[in-house]
Design a binder for this molecule. Structure first.
Ligand code: SAM
Length: 244
């Protein structure tokens, strides 16, 4: 079905399936983003997906599924940890220009790409930081200051919660984008989530437009302050996952 649609139609109609009304400007920005992604991907490793329709569905619409599932308040402050080539942070910013977005990645080359995208798309109120979550999570300007943290394809859940929850304000949320088989990871992360001052709020199952692939959004709510010792030093969360 999706084979007969152009990239722009996929974005527009896929957006509608997610209850989003993406205007002409947003669709054009997605076009430019896709062109830059393919161009830079010849020089640096950004994505293994190079088919234009697959980029539309598996990167862009996949990044947007959260907007159809939870209420993301106007102008809220969002951090995307381990954003890579900008997923989900940049699609969220294109679909919701009101959001204040911070992108974090530990790979300098990807950060350079993201700066180019922000510049070419003329996005405002979005910043990119090069560094590890374990370090940036201790910076006073970031610590417990975000309404929403998001992460897709970065680490297993016990590691991911230690990367993300220190950024979230008390009362805010962390949403992990996961595939269909996330139950075991979620269980394994339970002790770490408690220790970091959060609770599992909901695990939402959803489907990608056009191709129907299953996705899970694991939603955590921050209920207490994260103890200052977290995140532990770079590399340790991965080497010795908390509470496992
Ligand atoms: N989120 C993107 C996506 O869904 O396509 C990128 C996924 S890529 C597999 C994982 C990214 O996380 C890489 O770009 C890597 O540099 C970054 N990353 C891994 N561990 C990190 C950490 N501790 N702090 C910051 N970035 C990290």
């Amino acid at each position: 079905m999706s084979k007969n649609l152009t990239f722009a139609e996929l974005i527009k109609q896929g957006g509608q399936e997610l209850n989003l009304n993406l205007d002409k400007k947003a669709v054009l920005l997605f076009e430019t983003y896709k062109d830059l992604l393919l161009e830079w991907n010849q020089r640096i490793n950004l994505t293994s997906i190079t088919d234009v329709n697959e980029i539309a569905i598996k990167h862009f619409l996949d990044s947007l599924i959260i907007l159809g599932e939870i209420e993301v308040k106007v102008q809220c402050r969002v951090v995307d940890i381990g954003t890579g080539a900008g997923f989900p942070g940049i699609p969220l910013k294109i679909a919701r220009p009101d959001l204040n977005v911070v992108l974090v990645d530990s790979l300098q080359k990807r950060v350079a790409f993201l700066r180019e995208v922000i510049d070419k798309l003329q996005l405002k109120n979005i910043e990119v930081y090069h560094g590890r979550a374990e370090e940036l999570g201790h910076y006073p300007e970031f610590r417990e200051s975000f309404d929403l943290a998001v992460a897709r394809a970065v680490a297993k859940m016990p590691v991911l919660v230690e990367y993300n929850l220190p950024f979230v304000r008390v009362g805010g949320q962390f949403v992990a984008f996961k595939g269909p088989e996330s139950d075991e990871e979620v269980k394994l992360a339970a002790n770490a989530v408690f220790e970091l001052g959060a609770e599992l709020e909901e695990a939402k199952e959803t489907y990608l437009p056009f191709i129907g692939d299953r996705r899970s959004l694991i939603i955590y709510r921050k209920t207490k302050h994260t103890p200052p010792k977290y995140p532990r030093r770079p590399g340790l969360p991965e080497k010795k996952p908390l509470g496992v």
